[in-house]
Write a new protein. Sequence first.
Length: 154
Amino acid sequence: MQKLLVKKMRENAVLPVRGTVGSAGLDLCACLGAPVHLAPGEIVKVPTGVAIGIGDPGYVGLVFARSGLSSKHGIALANGVGVIDSDYTGEIFVPLVNNSVMRYTVRDGDRIAQLCVMPVCPVQMCETDVLEPTGRGAGGFGSTGYQADQTEGK
């Protein structure tokens, strides 16, 4: 099992924990002196009060949105997924965006994101003029899910 060192950067910080035994991610909580109000469309970097020490370059910390916050309140990560490199040891901030039409309040201790530590596959870059052919080729967005009978107006 990979060890994750966690350091409190602020006195009122909540250490990341798994909500259940089967949870893939560790809950990250807001560490605030006062509530933060996100207006519709607003982005705010919310401090967590914790820093982590992954140490091993074979791992990365990935910060994901909490599904309940996004599906119920429209609160998501402004950057989609946050990447915490193995050599970053500063405080973790979570950039939240309010995608709803209602103001949302984040309070001290609220669970705002989840952290997963995952292996990284290091690669060696090799420039080439030719790539091996595949069945998909250069087919981009939606190229594998299109069905001819699903057209507009049906």
